[in-house]
Design a protein around this ligand. Structure first.
Ligand SMILES: *Cc1c(COP(=O)(O)O)cnc(C)c1O
Length: 357
């Protein structure tokens, strides 16, 4: 069965708390930069050098250690293809039937990993969730075989918000050795503050993914990046088209990176929003997991579907994650601007407490 990703339907106007977007919008400086784009600039292929240098400076790495991508999704696709497709029949005698290479994901996992492992012609090896979404280190290490070429880790994880202990990531990097890439997806880094960027010099098999869609609020512009040693990046870059980011993404990202204060203020909103939602869950006797990201996974139980529908009826969109492994009855709620979180909590209370006195 193919591993297809779920294309989220266009829901129209409303309070979007279902895709972990920045609910406050991007920095006003981004809009200024977009408005300043000229007809002449639009007519030209975009130039990337200045943006690459600026991004590398922000990330604290050399310009040669990053590859900008059209959203992190494109980066994930490029890493999957580079690590799985090129060498898809390595090590097989001519005429023998090649057995597929393998990519490992840790459930519950971001949809795109399995979809792209599949696209690259490899086999998806899924490590099941552990109790309380603890990171299943022994099981991940046990899943590595001679056919493994890539492991996907997400820190903090989506949809749980849980953090992977650094020692666990390092153990996996050692076990993967020269044979497999460890893709560490740090899409929610700005909220969590934990990264292995400082470690790339030590690990030729480490590729880190970042996105400017979430904390920076540039989801509509599409901008992400990969960070790795230049030699590791070389084979991945071959997969990324030469003009992958359009002119507006370039202009918008430059402005966004130049406004760190806006980012800091948003992260503060997110932290306060998470606190409010934890409190509300405690009051409503709903289990939730402490999150290092900009969303919280809430266990609603049998009323998960009805709650999602009732909120949608009020134009508040949250994501039913019941279908994901280990997530039965769970709803993922983006925690962005405090006023938006308050509106969602209010609506949750009204629905869940209706009929109770
Ligand atoms: C949102 C998300 C991405 C994709 O980011 P884009 O830049 O919008 O493509 C990648 N990984 C994880 C874990 C995400 O949650």
């Amino acid at each position: 069965m193919p591993h297809n990703y779920e294309r989220v339907p266009d829901l129209g106007e409303g309070l979007r708390l279902h895709l972990n977007e920045n609910t406050g919008g991007c920095s006003p400086r981004v809009l200024e930069a977009l408005r300043a784009v000229t007809a002449q600039q639009v007519a030209l292929y975009p130039a990337y050098d200045a943006l690459v240098r600026q991004t590398a400076d922000c990330l604290g790495v050399d310009a040669g250690s990053i590859q900008l991508t059209n959203g992190l999704d494109e980066g994930i696709l490029a890493v999957a293809i580079a690590s799985l497709r090129d060498r898809a029949t390595d090590g097989h005698a001519p005429g023998s039937h090649p057995s597929p290479l393998e990519g490992i994901i840790v459930e519950p996992a971001f949809d795109m990993y399995a979809a792209y492992i599949d696209i690259a012609g490899a086999r998806v090896v899924a490590v099941p969730p552990a109790r309380d979404f603890e990171f299943p280190l022994a099981e991940v290490l046990g899943a590595i075989t001679a056919a493994t070429r890539i492991l996907f880790l997400t820190n903090p994880n989506n949809p749980t918000g849980r953090v992977i202990p650094k020692a666990a990531i390092e153990a996996i990097l050692r076990a993967a050795g020269t044979q497999a890439i460890v893709f560490l997806d740090e899409a929610y880094y700005e909220f969590a503050g934990e990264t292995l960027v400082d470690e790339i010099d030590r690990h030729p098999n480490l590729v880190i993914g970042r996105t400017f869609a979430k904390a920076y609020g540039l989801a509509g512009l599409r901008a992400g990046c990969l960070i790795a040693q230049p030699q590791t990046l070389a084979s991945i870059c071959r997969v990324v088209p030469p003009y992958s980011l359009n002119l507006f993404a370039v202009a918008g990202l430059r402005a966004a990176l130049g406004d760190p204060e806006y980012l800091r203020a948003y992260v503060a909103q997110v932290n306060e929003s998470k606190r409010l939602l934890y409190d509300a869950c405690a009051q409503l006797r709903l289990r939730c997991w402490p999150s290092a990201a900009n969303f919280v996974l809430v266990e609603v139980g049998e009323r998960a579907g009805p709650l999602v529908d009732a909120l949608a009826g009020r134009r508040i969109f949250v994501r039913d994650r019941s279908g994901q492994p280990g997530c039965a009855g769970c709803v993922r709620i983006t925690t962005g601007m405090v006023e938006h979180t308050r509106a969602c909590i209010e609506a949750m209370k009204e629905f869940l407490c209706a009929g109770l006195s």
